[in-house]
Design a binder for this molecule. Structure first.
Ligand code: 1PR
Length: 587
């Protein structure tokens, strides 16, 4: 029997779903003695090395785990489950790893060529011929992409790792071990359960293996010294993200909607058509039609169906935003939990859920912290949570206190528990134009842009653009990075839904302010818009090595995909033609 060791952090739901999808059954390890019953063991995990190792020690798993591995029965580790095999990690000095693989796990160094964490799809280069039996392609290292999300990695050391290295991956100018194997042990730094078909193949290969280990005399395909030297470029792809704005319509159905400048209700003419349809339905069913008099909420489909469609069409990530969460967002009977859980059953790329990730109160008075709300979404199958309004309020507090962190904000508590890669901040800025001579307090409005005789800055908003706040987008971006966000999703109220292209001024301001990955959002209408937003900015490219990266890591779109005006693959083809790396696997 296969057992999965869940030490209590991260998204193990997706792994469970993918194993079931591959037709295998499993048991959860509930206590240390279960390890002795396992014929195969999977140790997944995201989060921090320190809490993971301490949790293994505290719960009495560390020694039985070592004994299991020594018994020769198959072990597969994922992410933290791989890092735990090493002697130690600089993420948690003084805390010992299992010491099965020699060497230490260390942090990526941020540089012009990369942001940290590495978040996205990268290739794995097979170093040994037997990598094929683990589901890796051999001889064509660009063929498969896997999903990575991590700040720490074990750099390839030709001397230490010559018995272990199975595949390597290059991020920026660093070459690290993306999988290791020796005897009965196999582990990946990437998440196979989130890596589409390529990842499922790796999982399938391991699940279908008997108890035979990795081949004893591995035939090397590459000289390890050579493999540890970076090649000219890494294989990280630009990510294309499909976004689903979700809310209940006036009939109470949870639907995907899409607005223009955040107005998701139909225009007058569409409203007329909608009313006619409603009347017809009413006549057929004798049901009472809504007579609210309000324009109807645009309905573009069912959230889970659309998420599945985008997964099959090659989306690198899927984001759900609960756009009415500003009203009241109790955790009890929260429909978005069921949406995430259902999507996670068949969508094997990362899922982000946003909207209502904040302290909340159920109708019966039960209070939940933002961290507890996030816990529920991670348990349901989300990989990241996205925080909107609360992030603005948290940064306002941070600025008011002169930069003192409380440790209590949702960004801080969730990032501490799950790692910063699990915390996205979604920002909803709008342009504010300045009069010709209008004075600008540089301290409070650092983001003034001047072009063609116009001057403007980007004001942050909360509650889906319904409430203006006084801080600007650069303050917000820097503030959330300080608090521990791992990625920023940059929407634009001005460009949203218009199909006229991304607001490059806005995106560049945010990109230049932070070192964490940035996702461009709002305004995509044509494949060329994606190419434009990924094009590095010539000016910034020439600056010193301390400069932040010069273009965004990912771009998100909603309306054009919902309305089938272009496919994700058309976007990727266009990017590939322009020399950008993309993942084009069809699942
Ligand atoms: O404040 O933490 O509860 O989060 C609420 C979340 O809901 C925020 O992420 C906020 O951006 C989002 N939201 C709130 N109201 C709306 C609305 O549209 N009325 N949607 C809304 C934001 C922007 C993107 C959209 C892109 C791409 N929509 O999600 O998908 O603009 O669209 P396009 O490609 O069609 O141009 P909290």
């Amino acid at each position: 029997m296969l057992y999965i060791l869940d030490y209590g952090a991260g998204n193990v739901r997706s792994l469970a779903n993918s194993i079931r999808k591959l037709g295998h059954d499993f048991e959860w390890v509930k206590q240390p003695s279960d390890l002795a019953k396992a014929d195969k063991l999977l140790f997944p995990g995201v989060g921090h090395f320190g809490p993971a190792m301490e949790s293994l020690q505290r719960q009495g798993y560390a020694e039985p785990l070592k004994a299991y591995i020594a018994s020769g029965k198959p072990y597969m580790g994922i992410c933290i489950g791989m890092q735990a095999l090493f002697e130690s990690s600089t993420e948690a000095p003084g805390i010992a790893g299992l010491g099965i693989v020699p060497g230490q796990v260390d942090c990526f160094t941020p540089s012009e060529s990369k942001t940290v964490p590495q978040m996205g799809w990268n290739t794995a280069r097979s170093l040994r011929r037997d990598a094929a039996s683990f589901g890796f392609s051999v001889g064509d290292d660009e063929a498969q992409h896997f999903y990575f999300v991590h700040s720490y990695r074990a750099a390839l050391d030709a001397t230490k790792h010559n018995e272990w290295a199975l595949t390597t991956t290059q991020y920026g100018d660093e070459v690290f071990l993306s999988s290791v194997s020796r005897g009965n042990v196999f582990a990946t730094q990437f998440h196979p359960e989130k890596s589409g078909r390529a990842g499922l193949e790796v999982l399938r290969a391991w699940l279908d293996r008997g108890s035979e280990g990795a081949s004893k005399d591995a035939q090397w395909l590459v000289d390890l010294e050579d493999a540890s030297r970076p090649r000219s470029t890494d294989g990280l792809t630009k990510r294309i993200v499909a976004c689903l704005d979700v809310r209940s319509n006036d009939e109470g159905d949870v639907v995907v909607t899409k607005g223009e400048s955040y107005d998701v209700r139909e225009k007058a003419q569409q409203q007329h058509q909608h009313q006619q349809q409603q009347q017809q339905q009413q006549q057929q069913s004798n049901a009472a039609a809504s007579s609210s008099g309000q324009r109807a909420v645009r309905n573009l489909g069912k959230p889970v169906d659309l998420a599945m469609r985008y997964y099959l069409e090659g989306a690198d990530e899927v984001v759900f935003l609960n756009i009415t969460s500003f009203r009241n967002s109790p955790l009890k009977d929260q429909p978005m939990l069921a949406v995430v859980a259902a999507a996670a059953e068949s969508v094997f790329v990362p899922l982000t859920i946003g909207g209502g990730i904040k302290d909340s109160v159920d109708p019966d008075g039960t209070r939940h912290s933002a961290r507890e709300v996030a816990d529920e979404y991670f348990r349901a199958g989300a990989d990241k949570v996205s925080i909107g309004s609360e992030a603005v309020l948290a940064v306002e507090e941070l600025l008011a206190s002169g930069g003192t962190k409380t440790g209590q904000t949702g960004i801080e508590t969730i990032s501490l528990a799950y790692g910063k890669q699990a915390v996205v901040v979604s920002i909803d800025p709008r342009r504010v134009y300045l009069e010709q001579e209008e004075h600008v307090d540089e301290k409070h409005r650092p983001s003034v842009v001047e072009r063609d005789g116009k001057r403007w800055w980007y004001r942050c908003t909360i509650k889906g653009g319904r409430e203006d706040r006084d801080i600007d987008v650069v303050q917000l971006a820097k503030g959330v990075e300080t608090l521990g966000a791992g990625e920023i999703l940059v929407n634009s109220i001005d460009q949203d839904g218009k199909g006229q292209g991304f607001d490059r001024d806005l995106i560049d301001l945010v990109r230049a302010s932070v070192r964490i990955p940035v996702v461009a959002s709002s305004g995509a209408g044509l494949p060329v818009h994606f190419r434009d937003v990924f094009e590095p900015k010539p000016l910034a490219r020439a600056t010193a090595s301390t400069s932040p990266p010069t273009s965004v890591e990912a771009a998100l779109a909603a309306g054009v995909f919902h309305r089938k005006e272009m496919t994700i693959d058309e976007v990727k083809q266009h990017l590939a033609d322009g020399g950008f790396k993309v993942r084009r696997e069809r699942t």
